[in-house]
Write a protein that binds this ligand. Structure first.
Ligand code: PGA
Length: 253
């Protein structure tokens, strides 16, 4: 069944103490969620164990990492493997975030390998896609996003695809305060679902959660989440303040 999801991407923010305080504040304000709704927190690697301990007993809130390496193990100084994440009680991993693609030069082939590493280690994947401003201005965003999804995911079986959550994040809306309109988000999410349906069938497409990301906040979340093909959000800046993030969680209902 398709789930409604609000996922927090803390990026490279918050010390251990600040992270612990934020999770504590979320814990105190967390509404009771139905079976079809869940919250995911993606803190930095250093916070994972602490956050896992804090989340024990919060059945609606799941732990994610922001990245993993594309090889299983070995001489990759400074990197973290999918197996390490699994052993730290991580359930999800974000792969293909535009900041990883841009600043760390992660290409489609590398991202497909990361997806494989994650699935091999029984992690679920939040796979990100989204176009830069010049592609949006040229009105070629549909084919751009389609090719990202094909390159990253279309080697998977239908069964493997069940472990994937998609996140559409137009780059021009990330951290800029400029949100995609709900019509722009719905158009793209509908397109993405049709791309999945063509390859994997309508049932697989209907079961897939497709999140919107990019300057989503408590004040615009309800309108975005009301779109029929928008199944929640991947939240950056607004996930760093408990009150704001709780407001976004409330917008799921
Ligand atoms: P933002 O980031 O909410 O700060 O725009 C979203 C993301 O990059 O995941």
């Amino acid at each position: 069944m398709r789930k409604k999801i609000v996922a927090a991407n803390w990026k490279m923010n918050l010390t251990l103490n600040q992270g612990a305080e934020l999770v504590n504040d979320l814990f105190n304000g967390m509404p009771v969620l139905n079976d079809d709704k869940l919250v995911i927190l993606a803190p930095p690697f250093t916070h994972l164990t602490q956050t896992a301990e804090q989340l024990a007993g919060m059945i609606d809130v799941h732990l994610a990492a922001q990245n993993c390496h594309h090889e299983a193990a070995g001489a990759y100084t400074g990197e973290i493997s999918a197996a390490m994440l699994k052993s730290a009680e991580v359930e999800y991993v974000i792969i293909g975030h535009s900041e990883r693609r841009l600043y760390f030069k992660e290409d489609d082939a590398t991202l497909a390998k990361k997806v494989n590493q994650a699935l091999t280690n029984e992690l679920k994947v939040i796979f990100c896609c989204g176009e830069p401003l010049e592609i949006r201005d040229a009105n070629t965003q549909n084919s751009f996003v389609e090719s990202q999804i094909k390159a990253g995911l279309f080697h998977l079986s239908t069964e493997q695809l069940e472990e994937i959550v998609l996140a559409y994040e137009p780059i021009w809306a990330i951290g800029t305060g400029r949100t995609a309109s709900s019509a722009q988000a719905q158009d793209m999410h509908e397109h993405i679902r049709s791309v999945i349906a063509k390859q994997y069938g309508q049932e697989a497409a209907d079961n897939m959660s497709i999140l919107y990301g990019g300057s989503c906040k408590a004040s615009n979340a309800a309108e975005l989440f009301a779109c029929p093909d928008v199944d929640g959000g991947l939240i950056g800046g607004a996930s760093l303040k408990a009150e704001e993030f709780l407001g976004i969680i409330e917008a799921l209902s």
